[in-house]
Design a protein around this ligand. Structure first.
Ligand code: 13P
Length: 342
C-alpha cells in the first residue's frame, strides 16, 4: 500500500485533517466528506496496528490469507466485504516473486478503493532484511521477519535491526507498519502432507524467551509455535499446546500481538480456544490452495472444451471465497469493521 496520501487541499486543511483522524478518531465517513469525497484518501490513513489492537481488546482474530493470483485476492476481499470484516492479505517470498510486490500492492490498493475496506498487506516469512525493505518500498503495511531458523541471540539481533529500520521509515514517511517476529521451529510447508506430523516440545516457543524477545526487539507481533505447523496432514491433526499459549500470554501480557501460523487443519475448537487465550492473527494458506486447485480440476473435468480463463476460474474464485468466509466467521471478525467506524 502506498505511503499515506493527504487531501489535495491547502496545508492548513491537511493539519486539521491529521488532527481529526489521529486524535479525535472521527468516523471515517466524515473524514471522507472532509476529504471532498475522495475516499481513496482515507482508506490509506488507517493504522494497521489499530486493527490488531481492536482484535486483542475484543478477543477475536484477524485472518491473514495468502494469495498469489489476482482472483485469489479478489475472492478473499469479497468474502471480507460481504462479512464486514477487517482482513490481512499476505504474500510469501515465492508468492510475491510470482505476482510482483508492487503489483500485489497495486491490486490491494485497487480493492481497498473499490470496497472501502482497510486491507492490510503483509509480507509472510521474509527471511532477509533486503526482502523486508523491498516490501516496505512497494507499500506493504505489515512485514513478518522470520529469523526463527537462527540461534536465539542472532534471531533477536537481526529482528531488532529490522524493527529499528521500520521505526525509521514510520517516522520519516508518517506510515504505520506492523513488524512480526518469530520464535520456535515451525515445521511443514503450505501443502498436503502424506506423512504424520510430529512437533517436538523443544521446537515450541518458550514463554521466557518470548518475553525477552519482545522486550529487547520491540516487535509489534510474535508468531509462536505451540503445536501448529504449515500445511494439512493426512495422518493425524495438529494439536495445540494451549497450556503453553496461556503461559506465553501471561508473561507477555498485551505487549505484543500473538500470531498463529499454520492455521489450516487445526481443529475448530482449538482455534476458538487459542483466540480466547490471546491469538489475534491467524494465517491461512493451504486450505485456500486446496479449494482453488480442486475447483479448477472439477471445472476442467466438467467442461473440457472451455478455454475462456474467467469461466474456468469462476468456480475457483467461489471456492476460495467460501473458505475465507468460513475462517472469518470462525475467527470472530465478522461485523468487526464497525469497531473501526467504517
Ligand atoms: P497453512 O498453510 O497451514 O494454512 O499456514 C499458512 C501460514 O502459516 C502462512 O504463513
Amino acid at each position: 500500500m502506498p505511503a499515506r496520501r493527504l487531501p489535495k487541499r491547502t496545508s492548513g486543511f491537511n493539519e486539521l485533517y491529521l488532527y481529526l483522524v489521529f486524535f479525535i478518531n472521527i468516523p471515517l465517513f466524515i473524514q471522507s466528506a472532509l476529504a471532498g469525497g475522495d475516499f481513496d484518501i482515507w482508506i490509506f490513513m488507517f493504522n494497521p496496528k489499530e486493527i490488531l489492537k481492536l482484535a486483542q481488546t475484543g478477543k477475536y482474530a484477524i485472518g491473514s490469507f495468502n494469495f498469489s493470483t489476482a482472483e485469489i485476492l479478489k475472492a478473499i476481499v469479497l468474502a471480507a466485504k460481504e462479512l464486514k470484516s477487517p482482513i490481512i492479505v499476505s504474500t510469501s517470498e515465492g508468492e510475491a516473486s510470482f505476482l510482483g510486490m508492487r503489483e500485489a500492492a497495486a491490486l490491494v490498493e485497487a480493492w481497498s478503493i473499490a470496497t472501502k475496506l482497510p486491507i492490510i498487506l503483509n509480507l509472510d516469512h521474509g527471511k532477509t532484511p533486503e526482502l523486508i525493505k523491498k516490501a516496505i518500498a512497494a507499500g506493504y503495511s505489515a512485514i513478518h521477519f522470520d529469523g526463527s531458523h537462527l540461534p536465539y541471540l542472532e534471531n533477536l539481533a537481526q529482528t531488532k535491526k529490522v524493527v529499528d529500520y521500520v521505526r525509521g521509515v514510520e517516522k520519516t514517511f508518517d506510515r504505520q507498519i506492523i513488524v512480526e517476529g518469530e520464535l520456535g521451529y515451525l515445521r511443514g510447508s503450505s501443502s498436503v502432507h502424506k506423512e504424520a506430523l510430529k512437533v517436538e516440545s523443544e521446537d515450541m516457543t518458550s514463554p521466557e524467551q518470548a518475553e525477552d524477545f519482545i522486550a529487547h526487539s520491540g516487535v509489534d507481533s510474535l508468531a509462536v509455535v505451540i503445536g501448529n505447523a504449515h500445511g494439512v496432514f493426512a495422518q493425524g491433526q495438529e494439536q495445540l499446546d494451549l497450556g503453553r499459549l496461556d503461559e506465553i500470554r501471561r508473561v507477555v501480557g498485551t505487549q505484543a500481538f500473538l500470531v498463529l501460523h499454520g492455521g489450516s487443519g487445526i481443529p475448530e475448537k482449538d482455534i476458538k480456544k487459542a483466540i480466547k487465550l490471546g491469538i489475534v492473527k491467524i494465517n491461512i494458506n493451504t486450505e485456500l490452495r486446496v479449494a482453488y486447485k480442486e475447483a479448477i480440476e472439477k471445472q476442467i473435468k466438467e467442461e473440457p472444451t472451455e478455454t475462456t480463463p474467467y469461466k474456468i476460474m469462476t468456480p475457483a474464485l467461489e471456492a476460495v471465497k467460501i473458505v475465507s468466509g468460513e475462517k472469518i466467521k470462525l475467527f470472530g471478525s465478522k461485523n468487526k469493521l464497525k469497531d473501526l467506524r467504517i
